[in-house]
Design a protein around this ligand. Structure first.
Ligand SMILES: *Cc1c(COP(=O)(O)O)cnc(C)c1O
Length: 464
């Protein structure tokens, strides 16, 4: 008894790194037999996280990596609230509703106050819901007309992987406009060439993943209007505005891409990208209740009240949604405009610096009229260089920067690009540090050329 007491006291007094736990590695693939003191276990876990990259230096991600302390507080207060339980947490549910209407209004919904929409875990879930609504509506129309409804297709430009998932999960033929060397997105002509009576919808992207450029939503809508006048075929649109949905309304309000186009029936965006909210929130809004098939809404009555649910997930944390509401309140239109504009300014500054280096051709220079605050570039055609973009990306990793290099999708698989996302929290000073390191990386390969030069193409397959 006395002995146990003494060893217990010793244990409580142990310095974390002088404790027995620090003297051996913990099992990684089975649960330990015994308990550990919380501060010890915490130290071990937190230390392991040091091996992750530094998110602020991750210039590959579109997702928010800088958050105000007030947001950390909101997240901590909401950690125990379930977004789905609208009966127990009615105020959180009301806040979600307000966000839906505010965002619908930002997207020029003709009836923002009456519109339908929901928060999701991100744009991927939102896209899945948007695609399902298009599919259900198309089937309804086909069945009502006594026509077969078994071969649906979806027309898109070069899309984010969530649309490939949607197409595969729901057995919808994806008619993805391939890239061409001089056309890295969907144009009205290319969209029209793929549309027929089995097209459930056309999905342009406001901020193409691979380059950052906006697809011409309004011109595609015009082309579909013309198609309807010529043939009677009425094809709806959904806009994947994962990034652009929280950029264009503030920085380029005259760009027409949203519900001002009657053909646009639904829009998704990621709250956790340029919505500036912490990871785990997206939004989808339908133009009109009629665009969301009733069949897809479930009534849940076992949590204490009757609540309609239209989502793929059930339980999920509420903090991200509350933080989104905080941000909308805190920044307002002008605050969002200033934050996003400063990202664009930094992006354009970086584009000019990268162009000045000589060997690179800028694909998207971060100008707000053309796309999101990102820069994408490739080696100039015929450019001899003692490095590939993959080599530069690897070299930058030694300084902690993640500036991804990747090959483009079909039909431009042989083109390798590099891309930087400029997000809230990446300022001009950091940009100058990054450029110093980029120049140093190039100088390194100038003096230590890669001895067996790999073509971009070989390097591409090597890295995949
Ligand atoms: C990021 C992105 C998605 C997926 O969004 P998540 O919020 O990460 O689920 C879909 N489409 C586009 C265009 C994107 O940029």
């Amino acid at each position: 008894m006395l002995h146990t007491r003494k060893s217990l006291r010793d244990e409580l007094l142990d310095e974390v790194f002088a404790s027995p736990y620090a003297a051996s590695a913990l099992p990684k693939y089975r649960i330990p037999d015994d308990e550990h003191l919380p501060d010890r276990a915490h130290q071990i876990v937190v230390d392991e996280l040091m091996l992750d990259g530094n998110s602020r230096q991750n210039l590959a991600t579109f997702c928010q990596t800088w958050l105000e302390p007030q947001i950390q507080d909101i997240m901590a207060r909401s950690i125990d609230k379930n977004m789905v339980d609208k009966d127990e947490y009615p105020q959180t549910a009301a806040i979600e509703e307000r966000c839906v209407h505010i965002i619908a209004d930002l997207w020029n919904s003709p009836e923002a106050a009456a519109t339908m929409g929901t928060s999701t875990t991100g744009s991927s879930e939102a896209a899945m819901l948007g695609g399902m609504a298009l599919l259900w509506k198309w089937r309804e129309r086909r069945r009502a007309a006594g026509l077969p409804a078994d071969r649906p297709n979806l027309v898109t430009g070069p899309v984010q992987v969530c649309w490939h998932k949607f197409a595969r999960y729901w057995d919808v033929e994806l008619r993805e406009v391939p890239m061409a060397d001089d056309r890295l997105l969907m144009t009205p002509e290319e969209a029209l060439a793929r549309v027929d009576e089995n097209t459930i919808g056309v999905v342009p992207t406001l901020g193409v993943t691979f380059t950052g450029a906006y697809e011409p939503v309004s011109a595609i809508s015009d082309a579909l209007d013309q198609l309807e006048r010529d043939t009677g075929l009425d094809v709806p649109m959904h806009v994947d505005a994962a990034s652009g949905g929280f950029l264009a309304p503030f920085v380029t309000p005259d760009l027409v891409w949203d519900f001002r186009l009657p053909r646009v029936k639904s829009i998704n965006a990621s709250g956790h990208k340029f919505g500036l909210a912490p990871l785990g929130v997206g939004w989808i809004i339908w133009r009109d209740a009629a665009d969301l098939p009733k069949d897809l809404i479930f009534d849940v009555n076992y949590l204490g009240g009757n609540m309609p649910s239209f989502a793929l997930n059930f339980s999920r944390p509420a903090g991200q949604v509350v933080a989104q509401y905080y941000l909308l309140l805190r920044l307002g239109r002008e605050g969002y405009r200033r934050v996003q504009q400063s990202c664009y300014d930094t992006a354009q500054h970086l584009a000019a610096e990268i162009a000045e280096l000589g060997p690179f051709e800028i694909i998207h220079d971060g100008s707000p009229a053309d796309g999101i605050p990102a820069i994408s570039w490739r080696l100039k055609a015929g450019q001899e260089a003692p490095f590939t973009l993959f080599d530069l990306a690897d070299r930058l990793r030694t300084r902690g920067w993640l500036v991804p290099a990747y090959s483009l999708p079909a039909d431009c698989e042989n083109t390798v690009v590099q891309r930087i996302l400029v997000r809230h929290g990446f300022g001009r000073d950091e940009a100058s540090l990054l450029m110093d390191d980029y120049r140093a990386a190039i100088a390194h390969f100038d003096s230590h050329p890669i001895t067996v030069p790999m073509s971009e193409e070989e390097a591409g397959s090597f890295h995949h």
